[in-house]
Ligand binder design. Structure first.
Ligand SMILES: *Cc1c(COP(=O)(O)O)cnc(C)c1O
Length: 493
C-alpha cells in the first residue's frame, strides 16, 4: 500500500509523506494504491465505538503509522473535544436518519478530520525526521479556518496562519477565529474576497523563491485543505460508523444497502463515502446535493464540468464553490485509474474552464445521483422539517434534505437513507431562524442564538455559548498583496 498521484508521475510515497506534502509535485492529488475490502469483516465491527472503528479503517490507509502512533492520534482527537461520546450520533427524523457531524469543537463537519490531522502531521514530521518547522497556510471562507486553528493550536513544531476575507464570513465565524488561543496561531483578515485569499495562498505555495527563503529560515509550508489525505481518510470512518450503528439499532440488516445524501462543496465529504463503498460498505446511491452553485449537478447530468459561470453567494456559504478539487480523485477511479485521461481533463479545465468525460467514464457514475436546491426551497425545507418533526436543520443540511425529497419523488426509491448533516444550526442562526419566523432585524448575533434556543428547545453548543466571553486575540488585517509579509512578521523573520 502506498500513495500515488492522479496525474501519473510514478511518484510512490508513504502515507506520512503524503500528509506532509499535501499535493503531488505534478500538481495531482494523492490516492491510495488500493482499497482493502472489509465486507466480510463488517459483522465483527458492529459493536466497536468510534475510536476503535477509526483504528480499523485508518490502518488500511495509513500503513506506515505504527499501531501505537495511530491510536495516539485517534485518542487525542476524538475525546472531550466532542460533546458526545458517540462522536458522530444519528438522529431519526421521520423515516430517515440524520448523521450529525457537528459535535466537535467548532460545530462543523470539518472537525471530523481537523481534530486528528494535526496529530497525523506531527507524527509524520517525527517519523520522517523533518528538521524544519511546518507552517500551515489556510485560506478560508469560514468553517475550515476555525477548525484548522483549533486543531493545530499548541501543536509542537507546527505553526498555522489563516487568511479570511474580512467582509466575507459570518460574524460568528469571524469571532470564532479571532478569539483562537495558542501561541502558534495567526489570523489575518484580508481586504478582499475569498478568491483573493485563496489565490494569494496558492501563489505563495507556487513561489519557489519564497519557499527557498523560508526553508533557509527553518520552515516548510504545508496546507490543511481538503485535498490532503490527512483530511480525506478520517472522513471514511463515519460512513462505516453510521452504517454499523443502524445495524446495531436493528434499523437495517447487515448487508442491506443504504443511501447517503451529502451537502457538497469541494467533493471531499462525499468522496470519502465513495471510498467507503470501494472498501465494501453496502451503499446503493450517493446523492450529491448542491446549492445554487450547481456545477456538480450539471456534471452528473451531462458529463460536462463547466466552471465558467458566476459564483453565487448563498445561505450555505461552505458550498459556494465552482471548482470541486476532490472530483479529480473520482475522475481517476471512473477512468479505471487512467492518469492520461485525468491529465487531459484537468488541462482542459485549466485552459478553458470546462471538460467533458467520455461514455465509459459516465457509465461508472451509476452510484451517484445529483440534485440542487434553490434558496427559497432551502428556507422552506428548514421550516417544514422543524414544524413536522421539531428538528432543526442548518442551511447546508437543508440543501441535502430537499435534494433527497426530490430524489424520492423522481425515483420512488425507498432504500433507507442517511442524510449527512455538516453544521450546527447555531452556526447559521440568523438564516435558520428567519426561515421559521420573522424576527426583529435589530437583534445581535447572540440574541438571535438565544432566540433559536428558546424556539427549538435545544441547547446552545458550548463553543458558541462561550464565544461571548472570549477576548479578541487576533486583529490583523492586510491588503491582498501583503500575505507574504504578514507570514514573515508572524514568524519573526
Ligand atoms: C465544508 C463544508 C461542506 C462541503 O464539504 P466538501 O467536503 O467540501 O464537499 C458542507 N457543509 C459544511 C457546513 C461545510 O463546512
Amino acid at each position: 500500500m502506498y500513495f500515488l498521484s492522479t496525474r501519473g508521475n510514478n511518484e510512490k510515497i508513504t502515507a506520512s509523506q503524503a500528509i506532509i506534502k499535501g499535493l503531488s509535485s505534478d500538481r495531482g492529488l494523492f490516492v491510495p494504491s488500493e482499497f482493502k475490502n472489509l465486507k466480510s469483516e463488517l459483522k465483527n465491527l458492529v459493536n466497536l465505538d468510534y475510536k476503535e472503528l477509526a483504528y480499523v479503517i485508518l490502518k488500511e490507509f495509513l500503513t506506515d503509522y505504527s499501531e501505537k502512533e495511530l491510536k495516539y492520534c485517534i485518542n487525542s482527537a476524538y475525546d472531550e473535544n466532542f460533546d458526545t461520546e458517540k462522536i458522530a450520533p444519528i438522529s431519526k427524523v421521520g423515516d430517515d436518519y440524520v448523521l450529525e457531524l457537528y459535535h466537535g469543537p467548532t460545530c462543523a463537519f470539518k472537525d471530523m478530520a481537523l481534530t486528528i490531522m494535526p496529530y497525523l502531521l506531527k507524527t509524520a514530521i517525527e517519523k520522517n525526521n523533518l528538521k524544519e518547522e511546518v507552517v500551515i497556510l489556510t485560506a478560508t471562507s469560514g468553517d475550515t479556518g476555525k477548525a484548522a486553528l483549533e486543531g493545530f493550536k499548541d501543536v509542537d513544531k507546527i505553526k498555522i496562519v489563516v487568511f479570511f476575507p474580512e467582509n466575507g464570513v459570518s460574524n460568528i465565524q469571524k469571532l470564532q477565529m479571532k478569539t483562537t488561543g495558542g501561541d502558534n496561531t495567526c489570523v489575518v483578515g484580508i481586504k478582499g474576497n475569498f478568491d483573493d485569499a485563496q489565490t494569494g495562498v496558492k501563489n505563495i505555495f507556487a513561489d519557489n523563491n519564497f519557499n527557498k527563503d523560508l526553508k533557509e529560515k527553518g520552515y516548510i509550508l504545508s496546507s490543511a485543505n481538503s485535498i490532503n489525505i490527512g483530511r480525506l481518510t478520517p472522513q471514511v470512518v463515519y460512513y462505516f460508523y453510521s452504517y454499523l450503528q443502524l445495524v446495531k439499532q436493528n434499523e437495517i440488516a447487515l448487508g442491506d444497502e443504504i443511501n447517503f445524501v451529502v451537502p457538497t462543496g469541494n467533493f471531499g465529504n462525499i468522496l470519502a463515502g465513495y471510498y467507503a463503498k470501494q472498501m465494501g460498505l453496502p451503499v446503493n446511491k450517493f446523492i450529491c446535493a448542491s446549492n445554487d452553485n450547481n456545477v456538480l449537478y450539471d456534471f452528473f447530468e451531462t458529463g460536462i464540468y463547466n466552471k465558467n459561470r458566476e459564483l453565487k453567494l448563498t445561505t450555505s456559504p461552505s458550498m459556494d464553490i465552482l471548482i470541486s478539487s476532490n472530483l479529480e480523485r473520482l475522475l481517476f477511479e471512473i477512468s479505471n485509474r487512467d492518469s492520461k485521461k485525468v491529465n487531459s481533463l484537468l488541462n482542459d479545465l485549466n485552459e478553458k474552464g470546462v471538460y467533458e468525460i467520455d461514455y465509459d467514464m459516465r457509465k461508472n457514475l451509476s452510484s451517484f445521483y445529483a440534485g440542487y436546491s434553490k434558496e427559497d426551497v432551502v428556507s422552506k425545507t428548514i421550516k417544514e422539517v422543524f414544524d413536522k418533526f421539531g428538528y432543526l436543520l442548518d442551511t447546508h443540511t437543508a440543501v441535502a434534505y430537499s435534494c433527497y425529497e426530490k430524489y424520492v419523488e423522481d425515483t420512488k426509491d425507498d432504500t433507507k437513507t442517511v442524510i449527512v448533516s455538516t453544521a450546527s444550526p447555531y452556526k447559521f442562526s440568523k438564516d435558520v431562524i428567519n426561515s421559521i419566523q420573522s424576527i426583529d432585524c435589530n437583534l445581535d448575533d447572540f440574541e438571535i442564538i438565544n432566540k433559536l434556543s428558546d424556539l427549538s428547545k435545544t441547547k446552545i453548543p458550548g463553543p458558541i455559548e462561550k464565544l461571548k466571553e472570549l477576548e479578541i486575540r487576533h486583529n490583523i488585517t492586510c491588503e491582498k498583496d501583503e500575505l507574504k509579509s504578514e507570514i514573515l512578521k508572524f514568524l519573526g523573520k
